[in-house]
Design a protein around this ligand. Structure first.
Ligand code: HEC
Length: 148
């Protein structure tokens, strides 16, 4: 087992059924960062539901998800820094050649999530949410194999 610190949220979901979607991943560091990204996707799913009107807008809920995303962005820096590999990983090796740029992209996610957490009206939600969403694509298109 490599020496790394798990985010609390990761520990909480580790035993949950969601972990099964990552079956076959052997490297614990790769598993940790995949789980982290799944938590990120979960936050974005709730916010996306609100953006589409499928889930009722709730400012407190937006703020909670934004705080979660901000923390996950900080965790992204920590969990991706060691270069860990696994046949199931979708991370491109160029991450560790261009670490400064990768970190800048994680910091953009952190900052846009922080901004989202500062909104006070429903009218400001859509634009702030899209800003966060753009940071996912910006990083994935360069650093993830499946950029969906
Ligand atoms: C700084 C770069 C970066 C940012 C920002 C980022 N991601 Fe990722 N993401 C990655 C990388 C790299 C992987 C592939 C990790 C691996 O397979 O080892 C990944 C993987 C994923 C996965 C697949 C996880 C799995 O189960 O294997 C999802 C889902 C995901 N990201 C969602 C998001 C969403 C939603 C956002 C925006 C809120 C986001 N990511 C922002 C770099 C990033």
């Amino acid at each position: 087992m490599k020496n790394f610190t798990l985010p609390i949220a990761f520990v909480a979901v580790f035993a949950a059924p969601a972990a099964l979607s990552h079956s076959g991943v052997k490297d614990p560091q790769v598993m940790a960062r995949m789980q982290l990204m799944s938590l990120v996707a979960n936050d974005m799913k709730i916010l996306g539901g609100m953006a589409k009107g499928a889930i009722a807008f709730d400012l407190a809920r937006v703020q909670a998800r934004a705080a979660s995303l901000e923390q996950h962005a900080t965790d992204t820096l920590r969990l991706f820094e060691p270069q860990a590999n696994d046949p199931k990983s979708e991370a491109k090796p160029v991450i560790w050649e261009d670490w400064d740029d990768f970190s800048a992209k994680a910091r953009e996610m952190e900052e846009t999530a922080r901004q989202l957490g500062l909104i006070t009206t429903e009218g400001a939600f859509g634009a702030a949410f899209r800003m966060v969403g753009q940071t996912c694509t910006a990083c994935h298109e360069t650093y993830r194999i499946n950029t969906n």
